[in-house]
Design a protein around this ligand. Structure first.
Ligand SMILES: Cc1cc2nc3c(=O)[nH]c(=O)nc-3n(C[C@H](O)[C@H](O)[C@H](O)COP(=O)(O)OP(=O)(O)OC[C@H]3O[C@@H](n4cnc5c(N)ncnc54)[C@H](O)[C@@H]3O)c2cc1C
Ligand SMILES: NC(=O)c1ccc[n+]([C@@H]2O[C@H](COP(=O)([O-])OP(=O)(O)OC[C@H]3O[C@@H](n4cnc5c(N)ncnc54)[C@H](O)[C@@H]3O)[C@@H](O)[C@H]2O)c1
Length: 474
C-alpha cells in the first residue's frame, strides 16, 4: 500500500465477519503484502461452517454412512451386529467443532499477523467501520457476514421453538421423533442424519427433493430415504404449528391431518446476513442485496467488497473461499496499484461462480453435481445434448457395494463440444465430481475426453459409458 494511503487509515483492510470466507479474504490479502489487516467477528472465528453447518452436519452423517456401507457387502454385513451409538456420534461431532471454542482459529489469525477485533461490525460511512465504541477506518472493507435462516410465515411456528440448522447440528440429544420442514440440501442431510441416529423422521417438502438438480436426483433420494425409514411427504406444507404442554409439537397439514414429534426442524433456505450492517450509511439499500463485480467489489463503490454467502452468489463454503482468494488478491492489487486480471478466468475473477459450481449433498446416496443441469442450460439458450448411464451397471460400482444403485448424466454444449454440466447420484460419488469440474473449467473437448481413460474397475468407468452413450468423434 502506498505511504499516503497507509497514513490516511487505521487499517489497509478490515474484514467484517470471520467465517471461512472472511478468514480467507484477510489471509490472501495479507499473503500479497497487505500489512495492516483486521477481522471483526461477533461470534466464533470460523463461522457457521465450522460450528453449526458443514463440519457438525457431516460428522452427524458419517457414522451412519459407514454402517450402511458395511451392510451392503456380504461378509462385512455379518460383522455389523449392533446398533449405532448415538452418544458416541454426538461426541465425535462435538470434537469436530472443538466444543464450540474458537481458540485455535483465533490463534491462526494471530500467527498470520491479522488482528482480531471481537464485536459486531457495522459500516459507519465510506471506509469506516464501527465496532462497539471503536471507529476504524480502512483503505478497503470486505463484508463476509454470511447468511441467516429464513423462517416461513406459518401460524404458531415461531412460538413453537423450532430447531433451525444451528440447533440440529449442535443438539445434545436425539429426539424420539423429528419433523423436518424443507426438502432442500439441509433438510435431506439432517433428516438422514437423525434417522440414522434413531429418530423417527418425517420429512415435509412442498415440492420434490433437491428441486434445482436433475429430476432423477430427487427421485433416487426420496426412494433411498424411504428405504432408510424416513417418512417422506412431497407436495405438502404445514398450515399451523403448536407445541403442547408436554412439549410435543403438532403440525397441521393442508388436508387437516396432524403430525406429532418432539422437535421440528425448519430448513427452508437462507438469506444474506445484512441486517444492522450499516448499508444505509454508505448509500446502499439493504433490501436490494449486494450486487458485486467479478472481484466481489460492491457495484458503485471503489472500496467495499461483499464475499461469500452475503453476496448470495453460491451459498457454499468452497465457493465462498474461491471468491475470497480472488477478492483478497484483488484488494491487494488495487491497494498497491498493481495490475489486475479480472477478465474471465483471470486470477482476480470468480468466473467459476457462473460456469462450474460443484455441489455435494452428503446423503446416501450422495448427490454430486457441477455446472448446469440440462434444463438450466436450455434456459440459457445453449444447444445441448445430454446422456445418462445407470451407475449400477458399472463393474467398479458393483464391486463397491452389492446392489449398487445410482445414475450419472452429462450435459454437452453441442456448439463447443464441451461438457457444461454433470450429475452423479450413488454411494460415494462425491469423489467423482472433481474430474467433471476440471473438464468443465478446462473446457476439455469431448473428443479429447476419449483419451482420459478411467482405471478398471473403478466407479469412474462411468465416464467411458457416458462417452459411449454420447458417441465417438466422427
Ligand atoms: C446445515 C448446513 C450445512 C452446510 N454444509 C455445507 C457443506 O457441507 N459444504 C459447503 O460447502 N457448505 C455447506 N453449508 C454452507 C456453508 O455453511 C456456508 O456457505 C458458509 O458457512 C459461508 O461462509 P461465510 O464465511 O460466507 O459465512 P459464515 O460461515 O456464516 O460466517 C459469517 C461470520 O460473520 C460473522 N458476522 C456476521 N455479521 C457480523 C457483524 N456484523 N460483525 C461481525 N461479525 C459478523 C458471523 O458471526 C460468522 O462468524 C452448509 C450450511 C448449512 C446451514
Ligand atoms: N452439502 C452442502 O453443501 C450443504 C448442506 C446444507 C446446506 N447447504 C447450503 O445451505 C443453504 C441453505 O440450505 P437449505 O436446505 O435451508 O436451503 P435450500 O434453498 O437448499 O432449500 C430450501 C427448501 O425449503 C423449501 N421451502 C422454502 N420456503 C418454504 C416454505 N415457506 N414452506 C415450505 N418449504 C419451503 C424449498 O422448496 C426448498 O426445498 C443452501 O443454499 C446450501 O447451499 C449446503
Amino acid at each position: 500500500m502506498s505511504t499516503s494511503a497507509a497514513d490516511r487509515y487505521d487499517y489497509d483492510l478490515v474484514v467484517v465477519g470471520g467465517g471461512p470466507v472472511g478468514e480467507n479474504v484477510a489471509d490472501y490479502a495479507a499473503k500479497r503484502g497487505v500489512r495492516r489487516v483486521a477481522v471483526v467477528e461477533s461470534s466464533l472465528v470460523g463461522g457457521e461452517c465450522s460450528y453449526w453447518a458443514c463440519m457438525p452436519s457431516k460428522a452427524l452423517l458419517r457414522s451412519g454412512q459407514a454402517i450402511r456401507a458395511a451392510r451392503r457387502l456380504d461378509g462385512a454385513r455379518q460383522a455389523v451386529t449392533g446398533t449405532i451409538d448415538a452418544a458416541a456420534v454426538l461426541a465425535r461431532r462435538s470434537a469436530f467443532t472443538d466444543g464450540w471454542d474458537d481458540a485455535g482459529q483465533a490463534a491462526w489469525l494471530a500467527s498470520a499477523g491479522i488482528d482480531l477485533l471481537r464485536g459486531h461490525g457495522r459500516l459507519a460511512g465510506p471506509h469506516a467501520v464501527r465496532v462497539g465504541d471503536r471507529l476504524l477506518t480502512a483503505g478497503a472493507v470486505a463484508l463476509a457476514t454470511g447468511s441467516v435462516p429464513v423462517l416461513p410465515d406459518v401460524p404458531g411456528l415461531a412460538s413453537a421453538a423450532p430447531w433451525g440448522t444451528r440447533e440440529a447440528t449442535a443438539a445434545a440429544h436425539v429426539p424420539p421423533r423429528l419433523l423436518v420442514v424443507g426438502g432442500g440440501v439441509a433438510g435431506v442431510e439432517l433428516a438422514l442424519a437423525y434417522s440414522s441416529l434413531g429418530s423417527r423422521v418425517i420429512l415435509l417438502s412442498r415440492s420434490g427433493l433437491l428441486d434445482g438438480e436433475e429430476p432423477f436426483v430427487g427421485e433416487h433420494l426420496a426412494a433411498a430415504l424411504a428405504a432408510e425409514g424416513v417418512d417422506v411427504r412431497l407436495g405438502v406444507q404445514p398450515t399451523r404449528v403448536d407445541r403442547d404442554q408436554q412439549g410435543v409439537v403438532g403440525v397441521t397439514l393442508e388436508d387437516g391431518a396432524v403430525l406429532r414429534a418432539e422437535e421440528i426442524l425448519v430448513a427452508t433456505g437462507r438469506r444474506p446476513s445484512t441486517d444492522d450492517l450499516g448499508l444505509d450509511q454508505v448509500g446502499l439499500d439493504p433490501s436490494r442485496g449486494l450486487a458485486v463485480d467479478e472481484t466481489m467489489r460492491v457495484e458503485g463503490t471503489d472500496w467495499l467488497y461483499a464475499v461469500g454467502d452475503v453476496n448470495g452468489r453460491a451459498l457454499l463454503t468452497h465457493q465462498g473461499k474461491y471468491q475470497a482468494r480472488a477478492a483478497g488478491e484483488a484488494i491487494a492489487a488495487r491497494l498497491q496499484g498493481a495490475p489486475l486480471d479480472d477478465a474471465p478466468w483471470g486470477a482476480h475473477a470468480a468466473t467459476a461462480d457462473r460456469a462450474a459450481v460443484p455441489r455435494v449433498v452428503f446423503t446416501d446416496p450422495e448427490v454430486a453435481s457441477v455446472g448446469l443441469t440440462e434444463a438450466r442450460a436450455r434456459e440459457q439458450g445453449l444447444d445441448v445434448r445430454a446422456v445418462e448411464h445407470d451407475l449400477g451397471a458399472v463393474a467398479g460400482a458393483r464391486l463397491h457395494a452389492d446392489g449398487y444403485t445410482g445414475r450419472a448424466k452429462i450435459v454437452v454444449d453441442e456448439g463447443r463440444g464441451v461438457i457444461v454440466g454433470a450429475t452423479f447420484v450413488g454411494q460415494d460419488v462425491a469423489e467423482l465430481l472433481h474430474a467433471a469440474t476440471i473438464a468443465i473449467v478446462g473446457e476439455v473437448t469431448i473428443d479429447r475426453l476419449w483419451h482420459a481413460v478411467p482405471a478398471y474397475p473403478t466407479v469412474s468407468e462411468v465416464w467411458l459409458r457416458l462417452l459411449e452413450a454420447y458417441g465417438r468423434p466422427a
